[in-house]
Ligand binder design. Structure first.
Ligand code: AMP
Ligand code: MN
Ligand code: MN
Ligand code: MN
Length: 291
């Protein structure tokens, strides 16, 4: 079950691995009845100026956001950061500069590692260059990520679809899952706080942790200054939502939510995600701290 919501605090555009331009994303949000939208591209603010222009003309309330990659105990973790005060934009941008450089460096390593698995030694260098080149072309100067490599693996015939590309080569623990360039959870969170954002641990159920390990993660996040938890991310079981609400309340973390929209499909859209519990109070909602 998915409901249509008037606020969506986690979405992507073509500035990272989404398919819509920032303007198209805002337009689609508006059509879907979303009144408050956060654009949270991976490690970049590049789509925000265009999104803001469209949001102003349509009367959508746009929140400046970003989804930052980091690592905690060897696991890739994502933090959604939302900026209440536009005057801090420069500081946030500065915090993200090393992140964009890390993505470029990582891209080179991913290409090398994929080529090492896919080709015999004499052909590796050429394949590395080809994979890297094609991934850059897909990313078109935007935040280069694993979905771009997934597309390249499809094009070169190593897999038949994106899902298979992640399952075999790019997903957690696979050869193309390179995390060495990311900052630690503590560094990322502290820096985001210093840049004036409100920080939310993204899609906590996506990491496939035991409840005990997730509890350790939440404590580490909070100890570093983390303030919020995504209690709903896209489609999820009602029991998971209830569990996350409980965990947020236990630590006093603010509650956030979003579609994690990347592209329109019959099962995902801007503003579409599982129901939010009616029991959430205004003060528990992250929106209360953003206006
Ligand atoms: P990156 O930002 O380069 O680390 O790539 C992570 C992105 O890959 C996520 O934000 C998703 O958009 C996408 N992704 C992760 N896992 C999968 C998967 N199993 N299938 C398809 N896309 C995925
Ligand atoms: Mn993504
Ligand atoms: Mn994510
Ligand atoms: Mn996301």
């Amino acid at each position: 079950m998915q409901a249509c919501h008037t606020s969506d605090l986690h979405t992507h555009s073509r500035a990272s691995d989404g398919t819509l331009t920032p303007a198209e994303l805002v337009q689609r949000a508006h059509q879907q009845g979303v009144q408050t939208l956060a654009l949270t591209d991976h490690d970049t603010l590049a789509g925000l100026a265009e999104a803001r222009q469209q949001a102003q003309s349509l009367g959508v309330h746009l929140l400046t956001g970003v989804e930052m990659s980091c690592v905690w105990q060897g696991i890739g973790i994502h933090i959604v950061a939302l900026l209440p005060n536009q005057q801090d934009l420069g500081k946030l941008n500065a915090h993200l500069i090393p992140q964009e450089a890390a993505r470029q460096q990582r891209a080179q390593q991913i290409a090398e590692r994929l080529a090492r698995t896919l080709a015999p030694k004499p052909e590796r260098e050429a394949l590395t260059a080809q994979i890297w080149q094609q991934a850059q072309e897909y990313a078109q100067g935007t935040s280069l990520g694993r979905p771009h490599f997934a597309q390249v693996l499809c094009d070169l015939g190593y897999v038949t679809n994106q899902r298979q590309a992640f399952k075999k080569y790019l997903g957690s623990g696979k050869v193309g899952d390179v995390k060495t360039n990311w900052p630690s959870l503590a560094e990322a969170t502290q820096g985001l706080r210093a840049a004036g954002t409100i920080t939310v641990l993204a899609h906590p159920m996506r990491y496939r942790l035991t409840q005990r390990k997730r509890s350790h993660l939440l404590q580490a996040f909070q100890a570093a200054g983390g303030q919020g938890l995504e209690i709903v991310s896209g489609r999820q079981e009602a029991s998971q939502t209830q569990q996350l609400v409980k965990e947020a309340r236990a630590l006093g973390l603010k509650m956030s939510w979003g579609s994690d929209f990347h592209k329109p499909t019959p099962w995902q859209d801007v503003g579409r995600f599982s129901p939010l519990p009616a029991s959430i109070t205004a003060e528990e909602s992250i929106l209360h701290w953003l206006h």
